[in-house]
Design a protein around this ligand. Sequence first.
Ligand code: FAD
Ligand code: NAP
Length: 313
Amino acid sequence: MENYRHTKVLIIGSGPAGYTAGVYASRAMLEPLLIQGIEPGGQLTTTTEVENWPGDSEVQGPDLMIRMENHAKSVGCEVLSDIITNLDLSGRPFVATGDSGNIYTCDSIILATGARAKWLGLPSEEKYKGFGVSACATCDGFFYKNQEIVVVGGGNTAVEEALFLTNFASKVTLIHRRDELRSEKILQDRLFKNPKIETLWFNQVVEILGDKEPLGVTGVKVKNVKTGVLSTLECKGVFVAIGHSPANELVKDVLKTHMGGYVITKPDSTETSIPGIFAAGDLTDHKYRQAVTSAGMGCMAALEVERFLAETK
Ligand code: FAD
Ligand code: NAP
């Protein structure tokens, strides 16, 4: 049965941007509804230690996100477990349809749908997803006790995943298409000092190799990007950590985007190309993509919504 709910501000997403917007909008007495989506707590729930959240020299990602949720709820934000499957921004009020069958009408929206892991796009990757191919070391690392694993990528995520996986694996090979990492220097330092980790520079995975019965990974075929030479590496697990793309499916046809789909906001603002629709966090940020910058944008969005609602009353 369909349930209709009206709210002054609908927050879509429960990462640092969404929950921060929830705290600020609640304290502005806007009585926001926040929809959590398929990943309550967002990307930080897929990692372990977070060492750059101000005020906590070290905090577990999932714990931090539970604290943010509790904080938002404690000031009056209503947090709902639902996934928005469609947004109609053509009229007023705006209409959001939930996977639950609920229909949410609202005077303004804060989009905080974040980003999702990118994949290599190989047919063999598709075949072995969940059977040796993963994009989440915290979720799946445990299955690789004393096994050899490869991690693909050269950013913070790849280096953190490689380090984390040494808790389980006998050996981790980091495969990167260049010979220089993008990740923070402190993480690189830990990576190079770890005796369980080897690096394979200037290589791209071109195929995931495996068995049919039982379905599972046995290795990867890699290609040297300089020489074109193909070689094979044995492993039981492949962790793809090659970045994230903005989760823009709800709005990509109606809002202006750039740089591979990031929602465009006005300079120094979270306003999008449609008045009343604001965007915050990784959905709009192709540059910094940090928890603290996402939270900052969530704050900005709630403050801007407050002003928008006051002006359009
Ligand atoms: P996200 O955290 O991506 O959350 C998006 C939310 O939107 C989710 O709750 C999802 O369920 C929801 N959503 C999506 N679509 C819908 C829909 N249709 N309907 C309803 N809800 C929807 N940053 C740091 O600063 N420090 C770190 O140590 C750090 N470690 C990281 C480790 C890993 C493995 C990863 C992947 C990222 C890490 N980051 C780190 C980056 C950080 O997690 C992101 O910058 C931050 O989470 C972005 O926050 P966000 O609120 O924009 O979106
Ligand atoms: P990222 O910084 O965009 O790095 C992606 C890496 O994957 C790059 O090294 C890139 O290579 C490589 N790559 C991209 N496409 C590829 C392909 N098709 N094949 C092979 N390699 C490919 O992504 P990320 O590491 O996921 O980080 C995303 C954001 O989250 C960043 O802003 C990061 O700072 C943040 N984050 C922060 C922390 C932390 O603060 N501790 C932890 C995790 C993530 P090139 O280098 O050659 O381009």
